[in-house]
Design a protein around this ligand. Structure first.
Ligand SMILES: O=C(NC/C=C/[C@H]1O[C@@H](n2cnc(C(F)(F)F)c2)[C@H](O)[C@@H]1O)c1cc([N+](=O)[O-])cc(O)c1O
Ligand SMILES: [Mg+2]
Length: 206
């Protein structure tokens, strides 16, 4: 994927990086990026929220990191968390190739340990936007952790990938039944396939 970006994309042009990854994953080797179909929903929700402090759980190779960072207003920041050092190393290069390294802080390690430290380490008061795309059995745990650490404020938007495929049943049940969230499903398809998948947008009500 990184080679495809270096070969086919233009340095400093985030859209060309996104297109190069989508073309590679559609024609050469599938990969678990949010992809171009769900990516358009991510773009529109992000533009609507226009966050000054955004968090991504699950950097993987940095595809959605680039999608998010390219739309941030000047001075806004994205913190992205990745557990796997090999993926993090690729993501750093892809983010840098897109020229977005000044807007993005990539933090390596497990979310359980890192989330409680985000305030003291990065001076984050709270997040306006959170993109969940990491291990599906951690979505609910980490959402509760974000609540408990006071990192969500009234109006914070959580956007979760893969709520249908591979699926995040407990997370969905929680955000759809809790009086503290206003939740809505955006139907789409699993990246680079015709299978159904979708994003769940949940607004924290405080
Ligand atoms: O399993 C999927 N995604 C899991 C994604 C996992 C990614 O999130 C990282 N992570 C783990 N913990 C953290 C943190 F930050 F919490 F520490 C970050 C992992 O190292 C990995 O890079 C998936 C699978 C399919 N599929 O079709 O099978 C499609 C998709 O879109 C998917 O996202
Ligand atoms: Mg995903």
């Amino acid at each position: 994927m990184l080679k495809a970006v270096q070969k086919n994309a233009t340095k400093g042009d985030p859209q060309s990086v996104i297109s190069a990854i989508d073309h590679y994953c559609r024609n050469k080797e599938w990969a678990m990026n949010v992809g171009d179909d769900k990516g358009l929903i991510l773009d529109s929700v992000l533009t609507e929220v226009n966050p000054s402090a955004a968090l991504e759980l699950g950097t993987y190779c940095g595809y959605s990191t680039v999608r998010i960072a390219r739309l941030l207003s000047p001075g806004s920041k994205l913190i992205t968390v990745e557990f796997n050092p090999a993926f993090a190393a690729v993501a750093r290069q892809i983010i840098a190739y897109a020229g977005l390294q000044d807007k993005v802080t990539l933090v390596e390690g497990p979310s359980g340990d890192l989330i409680p430290k985000l305030r003291e380490r990065f001076g984050v008061k709270s997040f306006d936007f959170v993109f969940l795309d990491h291990w599906k059995d951690r979505y609910l745990l980490d959402t509760k952790l974000l609540e408990d650490c006071g990192l969500l404020q009234k109006g914070t938007v959580l956007l979760a990938d893969n709520v249908i495929c591979p699926g995040t049943p407990e997370y969905l049940k929680y955000v759809r039944s809790s009086p503290r969230y206003e939740s809505r499903y955006y139907k789409s398809n699993l990246e680079y396939t015709k299978l159904e998948d979708g994003l769940e947008k949940s607004v924290f009500l405080g």
